[in-house]
Design a protein around this ligand. Structure first.
Ligand SMILES: [Zn+2]
Length: 198
């Protein structure tokens, strides 16, 4: 069996790690080839679409290319927090477009009528300042620091470009979504302010 590298990251201890281990065992008993990708995706299936999954992969077999594809997938669109924001917005009667590629940063949610955008940011990937979910892992710390800071730079550039195009932007962090009532309030304040501007 290949050896796996688990990074000392709070989320890896406890249930995530246990689930990933179970997924790995299950694959083995089913006689499936224990390729990294299969394990990777089964771990992803076990715990959901979370950046932590990225910390659990086989370092030797996976190619750099596959790894970056996996990471893109994990970072990807239609995450749970994003879906929640969408359903709250929809319930409030707002209509919107998703992942508009022609705009800088391909914003998650676009409300053309309000000339407004909403980004739903994962705390880890977008480097939420002072957030415990944004802790840099101790293994390959430099890699992650560079990666996250370049993500942050890109985000800032996108926001500046969007502002130049006349869009108002709201960023909702993954950690700010526990209370749906508060989320609803924020969305309402943001969009009603926007409405009064136009
Ligand atoms: Zn956060």
């Amino acid at each position: 069996m290949p050896t796996f590298m688990a990074v000392s990251y709070p989320a890896l201890r406890g249930s995530f790690f246990a689930k990933a281990q179970r997924a790995r065992k299950k694959l083995k008993t089913q006689g499936k080839p224990s390729t990294v990708c299969a394990l990777f995706f089964s771990a992803q299936k076990a715990v959901g679409n979370r950046p932590e999954v990225d910390y659990f992969y086989h370092m030797d077999k996976i190619s750099r290319e596959t790894r970056s594809r996996n990471m893109a997938n994990i970072k990807g669109k239609n995450t749970k927090p994003e879906k929640l924001v969408r359903s709250v917005l929809h319930g409030m009667g707002f209509r919107f477009r998703l992942h508009v590629k022609k705009l800088p940063g391909s914003p998650d949610i676009v409300l053309p009528r309000y000339k407004s955008l909403i980004f739903v940011h994962g705390c880890f990937w977008h480097g939420h300042e002072g957030c415990k979910r944004a802790t840099i892992p101790t293994t390959r710390a430099d890699f992650w620091r560079t990666k996250i800071s370049s993500n942050k730079e890109r985000d800032a550039q996108n926001l500046a470009d969007l502002a130049k195009l006349g869009y108002r932007c709201l960023i909702i962090w993954q950690c700010e979504m526990k209370d749906t009532a508060i989320l609803k309030q924020r969305l309402s304040t943001f969009l009603h302010d926007t409405a009064s501007l136009s």
